[in-house]
Write a new protein. Structure first.
Length: 208
């Protein structure tokens, strides 16, 4: 019993140290560019040793990846919470897009996920993270909408990638001072434009 308590205590301390490092790194990474943030100031801010940092992360880039992953997961959780299966498929997509735009307004998040993330981790590395979180949520919503015939059946991976790119561009524009209402209206129009009803050819006018 004591051995089990000791193991649990060690595991708790390990998880707490990792969480402290990620929190300290996030704060520093949004205050100045990644390249200008050194590991000595990260460990000082976290209150741990350099040895503790390298016990948990191979290098600064690995720690940055953990920060980005945590941010992406937080956004996906907000989207999932706003778009439960009980909603109609189209409504869930709209609610999810609203939740995404709101979640991306957390200080520093847009830069971490949409600017520094791809620059530091590479497009492929960032895509892997996105596919575990935000793109996964969007893809599931599109699959449900296609199943319910609220969205035209199209190659789901391509639709996911293109819609996600539109959401990201909207988040960047809003971060730069663009109108939330304008960008939301366009995103809603894009989603509604995928409706099968929009793709039905109009009946030719009858001639007398």
């Amino acid at each position: 019993m004591q051995r089990e308590i000791a193991r649990r205590s060690n595991r708790d301390r390990t998880e707490a140290t990792r969480a402290d490092l990620i929190a300290a790194a996030r704060k520093l990474f949004i205050e100045k560019p990644y390249a200008e943030t050194g590991t000595p100031e990260i460990v000082a801010a976290a209150g741990v040793t350099r040895g503790a940092l390298y016990h948990h992360f191979a290098d600064k880039q690995a720690l940055f990846a953990a920060v980005v992953e945590q941010e992406a997961e937080a956004v996906a959780e907000e989207v999932d919470r706003a778009s439960p299966p009980s909603l109609f498929a189209r409504d869930a997509l709209i609610a999810g897009s609203d939740a995404y735009l709101a979640a991306m307004r957390a200080p520093g998040r847009t830069r971490l996920l949409l600017l520094d993330g791809p620059a530091v981790l590479g497009r492929a590395g960032m895509d892997e993270i996105d596919n575990r979180h935000g793109n996964r949520s969007l893809r599931e919503g599109l699959v449900a909408a296609m199943r319910d015939q609220a969205v035209t059946r199209l190659p789901v991976d391509a639709v996911t990638a293109l819609l996600a790119a539109a959401f990201d561009r909207a988040a960047l524009a809003i971060e730069a001072g663009g109108s939330i209402e304008d960008h939301r209206a366009v995103l809603v129009a894009l989603i509604d434009g995928l409706s099968p009803a929009r793709h039905q050819a109009p009946h030719p006018a009858r001639t007398r």
